[in-house]
Design a protein around this ligand. Sequence first.
Ligand code: ZN
Length: 62
Amino acid sequence: MNLLQGHDTTCPHCWETIHLTLDLSVARQSYVEDCPVCCRPMLVSVGAADGELEDLQVESVD
Ligand SMILES: [Zn+2]
């Protein structure tokens, strides 16, 4: 079972649609990733249960 799943979301800085690859084998995680469009950092928070995405939040990091 592949628990890496691609999801589209919106960058909190430039509002461009960006594509994230999420590891749904971890119940709850957050990490900082740079936006591929504007290169500014954003905090990605992922919640998963049984390999399904439950919660995805992206916040700006200054
Ligand atoms: Zn951006």
